[in-house]
Design a protein around this ligand. Structure first.
Ligand SMILES: Nc1ncnc2c1ncn2[C@@H]1O[C@H](COP(=O)(O)OS(=O)(=O)O)[C@@H](OP(=O)(O)O)[C@H]1O
Length: 419
């Protein structure tokens, strides 16, 4: 089950840290994945059907093995590696809390399983994380010029993107995109093209056509947060251009899950509570990792898929928390990573008390407010502290693994309370 030694795979040339740590990381990941496969193989019923372990492996030669073989629940044994104290796969008789199960099934309409290899996240098939309408209401620059940055005239050529914001959903991807668009050498598309997950069959020319025109030396970008959890995305992006720069905005997975749930709740107020959806069996404390709101936050799992194709040095991890507390600091890292001059600095931001978030200062030629729309910074429902505690325990080993893989400590364990 160990991943083959490849650039960027923990222990490969792209990873950081001393050899012992690399070894530890590889071992813990292998252990985790072995257990997860084992766990799922025995399953029947909805969870097993929706798990990649129950589906045929990719037919593509050289394609990575599916890293999404994962138990529906896993409770940590130690901080270093997830232990086998997880729940058995979902029973075929769907013994879970009725309302939640029914709702989850309803989410997984035919065709929503992204592919055999991708596993099956419940997702809102037509949902873009941020729409142009929202951007327009927010008066963001994305609402002008057909969704491309308005700071540069519409000259030049349409090019395929050289850099992508690939995730994570509810991580702060819109804030990052809007901030980097303030850079004169960046042009980005305002809507989410979803090319590498939903629109791939439309072809690269379709994708190129979605992009804004750029001048020589300008970088073309787009953001689609679902790429990070789409199994085919790394291979597809690699086959477009293996030097594509990838940016992932990550956020405490517990807060991210609640944010994700809050978004769904805003559209479907009838859904069960977060507390109900989060568990397969609350009495036993079995987390339902097949719920996409939970699953997306298992960053180490998804990252392993990307590291089959891209070296770690080609992926920048932006802290969603610091993007709020120190946007200019995070933007400095982003500009360095993209090889851009540090033009977006603290001068570009101000803290808007009403919004409760940093906003971009108005450009001189415009009176448009530059805060994000009301779909960003929603008030989260109050979640039972015991549920938060259990989720923190659930995520801890995966967070630790993610820190080891990336060589960065995001300190989510120190988050005392949800947002
Ligand atoms: N400057 C600024 N303004 C507003 N919101 C900000 C900002 N920076 C980060 N955030 C956080 O971004 C969260 C939404 O993340 P995304 O943009 O990735 O969401 S989406 O996936 O595109 O729907 C959003 O999550 P919620 O607070 O849960 O709504 C915000 O916390």
């Amino acid at each position: 089950m160990s991943p083959p030694a490849q650039p960027g795979v923990p222990g490969g040339r792209g990873s950081k840290g001393p050899p012992a740590r690399k070894l530890l990381c590889m071992c813990s990941l292998s252990l985790c994945l072995t257990y997860l496969c084992y766990s799922l193989m025995g399953g029947t019923g909805p969870a097993a059907l929706r798990s990649p372990a129950a589906l045929p492996a990719s037919a593509a030669p050289g394609a990575p093995r599916s890293p999404t073989a994962f138990p529906a629940t896993a409770a940590p044994r130690s901080a270093g590696a997830p232990g086998p104290s997880a729940a058995p796969p979902r029973a075929s008789n769907g013994s879970r809390e009725g309302a939640a199960d029914t709702w989850l099934r309803a989410q997984l309409a035919p065709g929503e399983v992204i592919t055999a290899q991708s596993g099956a996240f419940e997702r809102d098939p037509q949902e873009s994380s941020t729409t142009d309408e929202e951007l327009s209401r927010a008066g963001s620059p994305g609402s002008r010029g057909g969704g491309s940055s308005s700071t540069t005239p519409d000259y030049g050529e349409k090019r395929l993107p050289q850099a992508l914001i690939i995730g994570v959903k509810k991580g702060g991807t819109r804030a990052l995109l809007e901030a980097i668009r303030a850079h004169p050498d960046v042009r980005a598309v305002g809507t989410e093209p979803h090319f590498f997950d939903r629109n791939y069959e439309k072809g690269l020319e379709w994708y190129r056509n979605v992009m804004p025109k750029t001048l020589e030396g300008q970088i073309t970008m787009e953001k689609t947060p679902s790429y990070f959890v789409t199994n085919e995305a790394p291979r597809r992006i690699h086959s477009m251009a293996k030097d594509t720069k990838l940016i992932v905005v990550v956020r405490d997975p517990v807060t991210r899950a609640i944010s994700d749930y809050t978004q769904t709740l805003s559209k479907k107020p009838e859904i069960p509570t977060f507390e109900v959806l989060a568990f397969k069996n609350r009495t036993l404390g079995l987390i339902d990792a097949s719920w996409s709101a939970i699953r997306i936050g298992i960053y180490a799992l998804h990252l392993e898929n990307w590291l089959q194709y891209f070296p770690l040095s080609q992926i920048l991890f932006v802290s969603g928390e610091r993007l709020i507390t120190d946007p200019a600091g995070e933007m400095a890292k982003v500009q360095d990573f993209l090889g851009l001059k540090r033009i977006v600095t603290e001068k570009h931001f101000y803290f808007n008390k009403t919004k409760g978030f940093p906003c971009l200062k108005k450009p001189e030629d415009s009176s448009a407010p530059r805060c994000l729309g009301k779909s960003k910074g929603r008030t989260h429902p109050k979640i039972d502290p015991d549920v938060i505690h259990r989720l923190r325990k659930f995520y801890k080993p995966f967070n630790v693994m993610f820190y080891q893989m990336t060589g960065q400590d995001f300190q989510w364990e120190q988050e005392e309370s949800d947002k």
